[in-house]
Design a binder for this molecule. Sequence first.
Ligand code: AMP
Ligand code: GLY
Length: 427
Amino acid sequence: MNILLLGSGGREHALAWKMSQSHHCDNLYIAPGNAGTATVGTNLSLSPTDFNAVKKACLNHQISMLVVGPEEPLVKGIYDFFQHDPELQQIIVVGPSAAAAQLEGSKAFSKQFMQRYGIPTAAYAEFTALNYEEGRQYIANHSLPVVLKADGLAAGKGVVIAETTAEALETFESMIQNKRFGAASEKVVIEQFLQGIEVSVFVLTNGNAWHIIGHAKDYKRIGEGDTGLNTGGMGCVSPVPFMDKAFMTKVKERIIVPTIQGLQAESLIYHGFIFFGLMNVAGEPYVIEYNCRMGDPETEVVMPRLQTDLVALFAAMDNGTLEDANISFDPRAAATVMAVSGGYPGDYEKGKPIHLPEATSLGKDQFIFHAGTQQQGENIITAGGRVLTVTSFGETISAAASRSLELLHSIDFEGMNFRRDIGYEFE
Ligand code: AMP
Ligand code: GLY
């Protein structure tokens, strides 16, 4: 079949790489893609939120499956757009309906959902301009640190962990009164700070059957030792040593099963990935957030470890046979290290030529996944903050991370920066 993948990051390069290996995949298109996705499929220049352009591409290229990488088209209703259009109804869409994508699109929705189904999460309250004074009181009485979250999508920047009451009040004011994140912060969730180690678990579901297709730990801060500003993610490792059978059982019983049951109880149509952002608090899992898509750079370690045919899994998700699917994983550790533009996550320049090693100098089971890259004539140039990520396998996490660092030494662009300590806490 012909497949169209929406998105342009490292996640999409990893998904495209994986899908292109499937014998079910005849032609793979990526929109808009990057210089890396162009090596495993055909890039189409269109915006994933321009649904009419996506429709046209689907009809032009006889697409049978649409895989949605990022959250924005999902929250804006691309699943529903396809269901309601007679010319597109037959296409398998991998991604939830807009109503179900609210699990990511609205923090208040997801907190209320978790409360309804007894899913462990931080205690919270939600406020708008209408109960602003009450919100100030709530903050004044809250323990520190306290977490403030813009309700809507804010490009990963809508969460502030305030260390002092003054900082929390100032953040609250900027979100509600000054609309710091526009409409996304007209409502604000204020929640308890959870102390622990984060881990992300990825599930593929059709709303009935579900399978865990991987898990990973992301390193979000720009600086080594987890210091400095938050980024989209500077690297990832998988598997995570504390994700043993006992912890996984708790995650399944307390979090995944009640989430799927909640989707069913509320008739929320979900054919796609659920990203459970978890905190391990002294051995007990809590949900920090849901996302309605795969993670980036989590996908860049999850896809190499997944040994099962991804397109076959998507087809099984659609035709009701997902329950029978066998999922297998490479038992080795995988680590990915992200190379970013100088200045990121603040301002940075684009258009820097990237020097890449010859494909033959990549070790066995080593991958360069492109993120913010673009082909310009003969050259590949930088086109974003996160530029590319190097994934390696190893017998241990530190062996895998060392191999990625070694390869990064043969990659170069002006201003290139990366963390040398990905996986540092796991020897
Ligand atoms: P989110 O956008 O919900 O993923 O939040 C961004 C990051 O903020 C998370 O990945 C966590 O590192 C942190 N965070 C969010 N909520 C909490 C919380 N309740 N306690 C501790 N850290 C949190
Ligand atoms: N790496 C975190 C995310 O994709 O949201």
